[in-house]
Design a protein around this ligand. Structure first.
Ligand code: SF4
Length: 354
């Protein structure tokens, strides 16, 4: 197996899967690079302007669904998945029912998954190199124009549900994906089959009706987009529906019947930091910018920045049960925040005190 031209690719594929397990991934599959159907979906989504201000979705053109244009010589993709649900959390629905608590998307409670997955994938490529010598490759995790869900579906890791997330019949949908583009002629795995059936629970229960039709999410209405990707104001029409969701939204996953099979993560890195799984909105709103930077170091939350963080919490406080402490805290920030945050605080005070 030392010389690439004489490699036993059947054996190498099995070794890659074994290494994936040793590195802590729950599953690993191989996909070819024929993604024309996914490209059609993407172009329809972009034509409908469902991407909002995510201009980067346009920017790379067909590179997204032509892996060989992103990395020349690519023949196959190694696709992996890693469970992220930490054990012993306050249930998400319980948080939503307590409006003075903060609801943070479960994937963002611990360490930034980009770093965790990238390190593991790098180790995987080193193992392959030790086995066969140099090979063409690049690792990705939500980091470049890569159609990771379509690739994972082709690699047999799960099917794309009507909410557009990947679902695995053994573990639901609370997992991250990562990819290695390679020039290795590995045999592709079988594409996963679709098991949503006639269910439409996620479409019905989306708080902002963002799933406009099966597989088509209008990001401009999606709370995940509004609280994370969106850099500007949150449109007034969605503020009430946001409730206490201050970073992302898990509703479409929470109501999905396949998530009764959720497996807890084996990664200590994804366990909650700073009790983000069960904290009062007010505590988080009172963080200074320095505290925000300290407390979100190594967390995906840091990327939205302090102003967007305050903006999101201000809206959530406007949806909370009014208390003297909340009103005082909102008023106290009015003169020391950005103009964008100020308009959200004013909205919140209008909701609380009329
Ligand atoms: S809630 Fe139902 S329709 Fe939506 S992704 Fe899950 S199974 Fe599919």
């Amino acid at each position: 197996m030392k010389i690439k031209n004489h490699t036993d690719y059947h054996q190498l594929k099995q070794l890659i899967k074994d290494w994936a397990t040793q590195l802590g991934f729950q599953q690993c599959g191989i996909s070819d690079i024929e993604l024309s159907q996914a490209g059609e979906y993407l172009n329809k989504w972009l034509a409908n302007k469902y991407h909002g201000n995510m201009d980067y979705m346009h920017r790379h053109g067909s590179k997204r669904y032509h892996p060989e244009q992103l990395l020349p010589q690519t023949l196959t993709v190694i696709s992996v998945r890693l469970d992220y649900m930490p054990p012993n959390l306050t249930p998400y629905q319980e948080l939503l029912d307590r409006p003075n608590k903060a609801a943070v998307s479960r994937y963002a409670l611990g360490r930034d998954y980009h770093k965790v997955i990238r390190q593991k994938l790098k180790k995987m490529t080193q193992k392959i190199e030790q086995q066969i010598g140099d090979f063409g490759h690049r690792v990705f995790t939500d980091s470049a124009p890569v159609m990771e869900k379509a690739i994972a579906e082709k690699a047999g890791l799960g099917w794309i549900g009507k909410h557009s997330n990947l679902i695995n019949s053994k573990t639901g949908s609370y997992f991250f994906l990562g990819e290695i583009y390679t020039d290795l002629p590995l045999e592709p795995d079988k594409k996963a089959t679709f098991h949503c059936g006639t269910c439409t629970q996620c479409i019905q229960d989306c708080p902002t009706n963002a799933i406009v039709s099966p597989f088509q999410v209008d990001a401009r209405r999606c709370i995940s987009y509004l609280t994370i990707e969106n850099k500007g104001e949150i449109p007034i029409e969605f503020r009430k529906a946001m409730g206490n969701r201050i970073y992302g939204c898990d509703d479409c996953q929470m109501v999905c019947p396949w998530n009764k099979f959720t497996q807890n993560t084996q990664e200590q890195d994804f366990h909650p930091r700073h009790q983000l799984d069960d904290t009062d909105l007010l505590t988080l709103f009172k963080w200074t910018e320095q505290e925000f930077l300290n407390n979100t170091e190594g967390s995906p939350i840091r990327r939205i920045g302090y102003h967007a963080w305050q903006r999101n919490i201000a809206v959530a406080l406007g949806n909370a049960k009014a208390t003297g402490n909340i009103i005082e805290a909102l008023q106290a920030k009015l003169n020391s925040c950005s103009d964008m945050v100020k308009t959200h605080i004013e909205w919140a005070l209008g909701e609380l005190v009329g």
